[in-house]
Design a protein around this ligand. Sequence first.
Ligand SMILES: Nc1nc2c(ncn2[C@@H]2O[C@H](COP(=O)(O)OP(=O)(O)OP(=O)(O)O)[C@@H](O)[C@H]2O)c(=O)[nH]1
Ligand SMILES: [Mg+2]
Length: 233
Amino acid sequence: MQKAPIIDVIIPAFNEERSIGKVLDAIPRDLVRDVLVCNNASTDRTAEVACDAGAIVLYEPRKGYGSACLKGIGHLRKKPEEQWPDIVVFLDGDFSDHPEELPSIVGPILREGMDLVIGSRVLGNLEKGAMQPQQIFGNWLATTLIRWFYGYSFTDLGPFRAVRFDRLLEMEMQDPDFGWTVEMQVRAAKMRLRCTEVPVSYRRRIGVSKVSGTVRGTLLAGHKILWTIFKLI
Ligand SMILES: Nc1nc2c(ncn2[C@@H]2O[C@H](COP(=O)(O)OP(=O)(O)OP(=O)(O)O)[C@@H](O)[C@H]2O)c(=O)[nH]1
Ligand SMILES: [Mg+2]
C-alpha cells in the first residue's frame, strides 16, 4: 500500500454500556478513520455511550455476533468504492481486547503483504480467568481441525483481527452468530490467503458474561464452530 492506508474498526456490541466507552477511548484514533459500533438490539445505553465517545453507531435488530459484523461490512460496502477502507479491524465491545495493540494487528498487512491477521490470545498475555478452560480447549480443537483439513496453522479464533477489505468482501461471510470467527479463518484458508497471527493481550471482560461464561453459550458456540468447519469443507 503506497498511500496512507484507510483503517476502519468494527465493534459488535450487545449491552456493553459499562465497557464500550473504555474500548473506544483506547483505540489509537490517529491510525483509524471510522469506528463503527454495531449495536445489536441493546436494551441498555450502549448506543448513547458509543455515540458520545465518537463512534458511528449502527443498529442491527437481528441478534448474533456475526449479524452485527455483517451490518458493519454492509455499511462500508455502500460507500463509493474510492472511500472503501484498505483494512478492517474487528474487536469486541466488552474491553477484553486491548485496543491500543491495534498497530501490531495491522502491521503484517501494512509491512508484510498479509491478507488476514489474527490476534492470538494463546501466544499473548492472557489474564488468568479471562478465557474459560472449555474455550481454550474448543479453540485448540477448532484450530487443530483447520490444520488437518485446510493446512493452515492458527492457535486461536480470537475476536481481535485485521483483514484487507477487498479480501473480506471476496470471502462473502455469512455466519450470523458464533461461527463468525472460524468461518473467516476457514474461508481465508480455502482462498489460500496470506494469513498470520500476532500475540495479543486479553483480560477479563467488564460486565456480565454472555457466551463463554455460561453453559448454554459454550455449548451453542462450540457446536456452531465445529459445524462451520465441517460445513465449509
Ligand atoms: N453474546 C452476544 N454478543 C454479541 C451479540 N451481538 C454482538 N455481541 C458482541 O460481541 C462481542 C463478543 O461477545 P461476548 O459476549 O464478549 O462473547 P465471549 O467473549 O465469547 O464471551 P463472554 O465475554 O464471556 O461473554 C461483545 O462485544 C458483544 O457485545 C449477541 O447477539 N450476543
Ligand atoms: Mg467477551
